[in-house]
Design a protein around this ligand. Structure first.
Ligand code: ACO
Length: 323
């Protein structure tokens, strides 16, 4: 028998305020048409004043726990992926722990920017397989609107706020690719590319800073590295693109999503796409897409899913799981 980290529940939360592309017209030199054709984005949600990353995370966590039929007291751990925590410390994860009324176990944040949820799922999987925790709430939550330079048209139109969460639980499997749960993970980073996507501030710099990006460079790395990491993860369990029911990609740009699907030889009607409605929500984008994909009746028990993401670092990776 082999232990597997199985998905028991999923949920998401989006702030109330929806901002269509047209809201940027007149404020900066851009058009709805440019944003749609270059990125696929039509609208995004922005958090209200006083609404913080942990608030979004708590709402997504509650939805995921309800879907799993569990309570906070059933959890052993919370792992929260974010680059936009409320405070420098304590972690946003411990704020969620407190808000949920969870008084045991442990909670911590991971930071791998847009690849954060892949890193968090991989960490949760390793902890479940090693016996360190059995029920883990994995959250991706961001308020990127707080680190956007509203005068930089090449970045401020691309991002949004939101949160998504999964409940993972250890269960016995057979050790084959027919098992439900996480089947393989593949992680990479390469700090040599830190200067193509970064925030030009931070705690140690004394100001929080804004997102800076060489979009074309990031685009080039994304197309090449996402298909490679997805294939590497599938290879680990003897599967290929032909076995995939759903690609659930990081939602940064529709053109990157299409190019990656094409390289994996997976047709677009087997790809969950939410970028038009959410923009790039960084670490929240994959759990948001999983939750929306399930709510739309697309993702069903037994489906083989590949998730992949790349972000600042550069950091990238993929997870293969059977729902
Ligand atoms: N409106 C109008 N014109 C614009 C805008 C805008 N909002 N932004 C840029 N432009 C202009 C540029 O100034 C440029 O003008 P120029 O030719 O006169 O210099 C022109 O449009 C073309 O710009 P490009 O950068 O060549 O446009 P491109 O087709 O590469 O699309 C984009 C830009 C959407 C940013 C794309 O490169 C991209 O998606 N890159 C990847 C982003 C990504 O995946 N990020 C993921 C990680 S994010 C994270 O980790 C936090």
């Amino acid at each position: 028998m082999t232990k597997r980290a199985v998905v028991r529940g999923v949920g998401h939360y989006l702030p109330e305020r929806v901002v269509p592309n047209t809201e940027f017209e007149g404020k900066i030199d851009t058009t709805d048409e440019w944003i749609r054709t270059r990125s696929g984005i039509e609208r995004r949600h922005f958090a209200a004043e006083g609404e913080h990353t942990s608030d979004l995370a708590v709402a997504a966590a509650r939805a995921a726990l309800e879907d799993a039929g569990m309570e906070a007291g059933d959890l052993d751990a919370i792992i929260l992926a974010t680059s936009t925590p409320d405070l420098t410390f304590p972690s946003a994860a411990t704020m969620v722990q407190k808000a949920l009324g969870m008084t045991r176990g442990f909670a911590f944040d991971v930071q791998a920017v847009c690849a954060g949820f892949i890193y968090a799922m991989s960490t949760a999987n390793a902890m479940i397989l090693s016996g360190q925790a059995n029920r883990v709430l994995v959250i991706g939550a961001e308020t990127f609107s707080r680190i956007l330079d509203w005068e930089d048209r090449s970045t401020c139109v691309l991002f949004g706020d939101g949160a998504g969460a999964l409940v993972l639980e250890g269960a016995e499997g057979t050790g084959t690719a027919a098992d439900r749960g996480i089947l393989a993970t593949d992680l990479h980073s390469d700090g040599r590319f830190g200067d193509i996507l970064y925030v030009d501030g931070g705690v140690s710099k004394g100001h929080s800073g804004f997102v800076r990006m060489l979009g074309k460079e990031v685009f080039r790395h994304a197309v090449e590295k996402l298909a490679a990491t997805a294939h590497a993860a599938l290879d680990k369990v003897g599967l290929s693109g032909a076995d995939v029911d759903w690609i659930v990609p990081h939602q940064a740009n529709l053109r990157i999503i299409k190019a990656t699907a094409q390289r994996m030889q997976v047709p677009m009607d087997h790809v969950i796409v939410t970028v038009q409605d959410h923009g790039n929500t960084s670490a929240a984008s994959i759990p948001l897409a999983l939750s929306v994909g399930k709510a739309q009746g697309k993702i069903k028990p037994g489906d083989l899913i590949v998730t992949e993401a790349i972000g600042g670092g550069l950091a990238w990776g993929a997870v293969v799981l059977r729902w």
